[in-house]
Design a protein around this ligand. Structure first.
Ligand SMILES: [Zn+2]
Ligand SMILES: [Zn+2]
Length: 107
């Protein structure tokens, strides 16, 4: 039955599944490792010692897509160039995509 599948193939599938799940769950893990864990590590609660906070409006990209509430939905626009031309500079961060951390800059 299992002659067709070698051990290395099984390992390959397992690693692939692990990488996939890690990629999907990474943002969730990042939000879990939030202020409590950062403070226990002696890191800045606001930014984790990065000294910067990503803009929430544009999610750090410095660009926002126009188009009302539907702009919040990520659009795979590789096949749809018309969407790319509608990106504008984020007015929240002035296109920088991030702010200097208020907690660090107070120090
Ligand atoms: Zn922004
Ligand atoms: Zn900070």
């Amino acid at each position: 039955m299992f002659e067709h599948i070698t051990a290395s193939e099984i390992a390959g599938y397992a690693v692939g599944a692990l990488l996939l799940s890690a990629t999907i769950s990474a943002p969730k893990i990042d939000s879990l490792i939030s202020s409590s864990q950062r403070s226990s590590l002696g890191m800045c609660k606001g930014c984790g010692d990065v000294k910067r906070i990503a803009c929430r409006k544009c999610k750090g990209s410095g660009l926002i897509k126009e188009g009302g509430p539907f702009a919040l939905i990520p659009i795979v626009d590789d096949n749809n160039p018309s969407f790319k031309s509608k990106s504008v500079s984020c007015n929240n961060c002035r296109g920088r995509g991030c702010f200097s951390c208020p907690q660090c800059s107070q120090l």
